[in-house]
Design a protein around this ligand. Structure first.
Ligand code: IPE
Ligand code: IPE
Ligand code: MG
Length: 250
């Protein structure tokens, strides 16, 4: 069924985050090495980005490389870094054509210099686009991000710029990499795994979670619409009762 027939345009999530998982298994099931799976995952990134842009979703965050992924075999890490550079280079004109702005969260300082430079150039080249914000989480982990925020707040306290009493949830959020980005409404994880893997621990506090068995290289617009459709049938209660969320009118 095409999405127009099932998705309610008035109840779209503002922010969808995806843990893109299962590239290695997808490739190995087909008798190829893991890198072949990562290469095919690029098509899925394009599909998810297009689907989000077409629906009018404001933010799409993709978990592309975690802090812990640095511990993978060096040939896989190198291949992933190369793939990132090639993809960003190739896709920048399409991002501009579709009014998509690229943002990044994570410890970019750890990236090899050519990768970091390509990234920064693409972010600068798309900075004036006003449509979908595509946020790539690269060399990202939530504990790294929260630790960095704590260090920064401690330094501000030591310098007399902040008092402990002033530290509120808003102040903590303002010290995270995601300070200008709303919390995700919906988190999707592919490949059948049901865990968060150090992704946006603070920001996912009240997100709806959607797990699919589909491996990332097989993820297409249809799977994105399935997740949005499921999201639209959830009741987000934020600790309240159902009656408080949907009061009965006599
Ligand atoms: C996700 O696929 C991509 C990255 C983590 C970079 P994986 O490489 O984790 O694939 P599986 O989970 O081992 O199948
Ligand atoms: C999470 O996937 C990280 C990314 C998708 C970039 P992993 O494959 O690294 O997660 P675990 O190790 O299975 O938890
Ligand atoms: Mg994995």
């Amino acid at each position: 069924m095409i999405w127009e027939e099932r998705i309610d345009r008035s109840k779209l999530p503002d922010h969808v985050a995806i843990i893109m998982d299962g590239n290695g298994r997808w490739a190995q099931e087909r008798g190829y090495n893991r890198i072949y799976g990562h290469q095919h995952g690029v098509d899925s990134v394009r599909e998810a980005t297009e689907a989000a842009a077409e629906l009018g979703i404001k933010y799409l965050t993709l978990y592309a490389f975690s802090t812990e992924n640095w511990n993978r075999p060096s040939d896989e890490v190198e291949a992933l870094m190369g793939l990132l550079v090639d993809t960003i280079e190739k896709e920048t004109p399409t991002l501009n054509k579709n009014n998509v702005r690229l943002l990044a969260i994570g410890d970019l300082a750890r990236l090899p210099q050519p990768t970091r430079e390509k990234f920064e150039r693409c972010m600068a080249d798309t900075a004036s686009n006003t449509g979908l914000r595509l946020v790539l989480a690269i060399s990202y982990s939530s504990r790294w991000e929260i630790t960095a925020a704590m260090k920064q707040m401690a330094a501000e306290v030591a310098a007399g710029k902040l008092t402990p009493e002033q530290i509120s949830e808003q102040v903590v959020a303002a010290h995270l990499n995601t300070k200008d980005i709303p919390d995700p409404d919906l988190l999707i994880r592919t490949s059948g795994e049901q865990r968060i893997s150090n992704f946006l621990l603070w920001q996912l506090a009240y997100s709806e979670l959607f797990f699919t068995k589909v491996n990332w290289p097989d993820f297409r617009k249809e799977q994105f619409y399935d997740a949005i459709f499921a999201y639209q049938h959830r009741e987000r209660r934020y600790g309240k009762t159902s009656a408080q969320i949907t009061p009965k009118h006599d």
